[in-house]
Design a protein around this ligand. Structure first.
Ligand code: SAM
Length: 463
């Protein structure tokens, strides 16, 4: 979609109090035109519209769902409008995404989905656009979701799979390759479905700062997570309302991320006085968990981050960790000279293709060329981390991407030797080691573990 605004709505359009559907429209506009992240834009839009509770949940599901499914919905538009979706005015195309999502995925009655879409098209693009939207939506609502899939995405080709589950085709190819490499060939459809299912919110109870059992007890519907010894899954509600979260004794953190940081510490018994490095620390979720564990075990942590604004987020994230344990630095991991270290977390910058559940627009922002560029950076960071590791030290190479060129291909050339990561994760959770991988590295999956697709390789330098 063109990222230039053709119109900003017709005069008077912004004066009425925004409805949930208008909030969803605004959120998609912010993503398309201003390159906003939906998960940052939406809370701001909801707050300024004064939308809460069910209205806020409706607006969020509508915007995020339409953003995720835009490839499928473009195919539906092309078929129903008998012209490519790219040829449709941007505002009308957004209104149609929202209308189609309501009709095919949210069980909004057809007449309401049609009327609301027509009204949005009129409001943003005028009477002619409203007539066009009316004709398209009437054709859309003649079929249900399954019937549309049979029309626009039938068969088992990669192209059909990519349209049906609304992923770029090159991403489907990368995910298929990663699944096959991990002995999970044939699970692509389950993975793509999981990518389109919003993740439950998980909290980390930072050890020594708050007890996870206390959180489970205090929060209605909360449950202990199965893989991380520090995790709590929430049934709903706003995490920002929880006191421990406001005080940074707990935080929102995917269970896979918790496990990645915890595995570095669980790999070997910690000796008092150990020095640890979090080489790519921003925004600081793993640094805060490592900091809490360092405080417990008598170690210290250097948290390094390339960008000052992200280092500031790390400072905020670790503020509940006892003073003197974590030092935050701004610098480039490739030239950092603060070593040597007993343990290093290299949570490398990556495509993020393992965390598509969380960021509805993320799959459309990445390009195939990014993979090679990031793999070069990942190798350079791994070489630098290796040089900073003490003999006998442990390094965790972690990505929130399962893509082979960012994971096994990066560590293949390493001079370090691989520890048995699945066994360490099994030790943390009590789960069967083979569920985490069939070789010495671990790969978590949304459709298997309910986490982001984190890759974790524990490596060690010869003593
Ligand atoms: C995947 S994120 C890390 C997430 C973090 N560990 C957490 O759990 O919150 C990667 C981070 O590395 C930073 N980064 C990128 N290149 C870097 C470099 N050369 N040296 C240090 N940090 C870098 C990015 O700015 C980004 O904040």
């Amino acid at each position: 979609m063109s990222t230039k605004r053709k119109n900003k709505g017709l005069p008077g359009a912004a004066k009425r109090p925004p409805t949930p559907r208008q909030a969803a429209f605004e959120c998609i506009e912010a993503v398309v035109y201003d390159s906003a992240y939906a998960n940052l834009a939406m809370p701001r839009i909801l707050a300024s519209a004064g939308l809460t509770g069910r209205d806020a949940a409706f607006a969020t599901e509508l915007a995020y769902g339409a953003l995720r499914m835009e490839k499928l919905y473009d195919a539906v538009i092309a078929s129903a409008a008998r012209r490519p979706a790219e040829a449709v005015d941007n505002s009308v195309r957004i209104a149609l995404w929202l209308g189609i999502h309501q009709a095919l995925a949210m069980r909004v009655p057809a007449h309401a989905a049609v009327n609301e879409t027509v009204e949005q098209a009129r409001r943003h693009a005028g009477v002619g656009a409203a007539k066009f939207a009316n004709a398209v939506m009437r054709r859309v609502t003649e079929r249900d979701a399954d019937a549309w899939l049979a029309v626009v995405a039938s068969g088992t080709s990669r192209e059909a799979l990519a349209t049906r589950h609304s992923h770029p085709e090159w991403v489907v190819a990368e995910l298929e390759q990663a699944l096959a490499a991990g002995g999970r060939a044939g699970e692509i459809e389950e993975l793509l479905v999981a990518d389109n299912t919003p993740a439950a919110v998980a909290l980390v109870a930072r050890p020594g700062l708050v007890d996870r059992d206390v959180l489970v007890e205090a929060i209605e519907g909360a449950e202990a997570t199965p893989l991380s010894p520090y995790g709590v899954t929430l049934a709903g509600g706003a995490p920002g309302d929880i006191e421990a979260v406001r005080e940074r004794r707990a935080a929102v953190q995917d269970e896979g991320s918790q496990v990645s940081a915890a595995a570095l510490v669980a790999a070997r018994t910690v000796e008092s006085g150990e020095r640890w490095l979090d080489m790519c620390a921003g925004p600081g979720g793993k640094a805060a968990l490592l900091g809490a564990l360092a405080a417990r075990d008598g170690a210290t942590l250097d948290a390094l981050e390339l960008h000052e604004h992200r280092a500031e987020l790390v400072r905020d994230s670790v503020r509940a960790v006892p003073e003197g344990v974590v030092s935050v630095h701004v610098g480039d991991g490739r030239t950092w000279e603060g070593g040597p270290y007993d343990r290093i977390l290299l949570d490398a910058p990556c495509t993020g293709l393992g965390a598509l559940r969380r960021r509805p627009e993320a799959r459309w922002r990445r390009e195939k060329e990014d993979v090679a560029e990031l793999a070069t950076l990942q190798r350079e960071l791994l070489d630098a981390a290796t040089a900073l590791l003490k003999p006998g030290g442990v390094l965790a190479y972690v990505t929130c991407s399962p893509v082979v060129s960012e994971t096994t291909a990066v560590i293949e050339g390493s001079s370090l030797s691989a520890l048995d990561t699945p066994a360490v994760l099994a030790g943390l959770s009590g789960a069967e080691p083979r569920t985490f991988g069939t070789d010495r590295h671990a790969q978590l999956w949304p459709h298997v573990h309910g986490t982001d697709a984190m890759f974790i390789a524990l490596l060690t330098a010869p003593a």
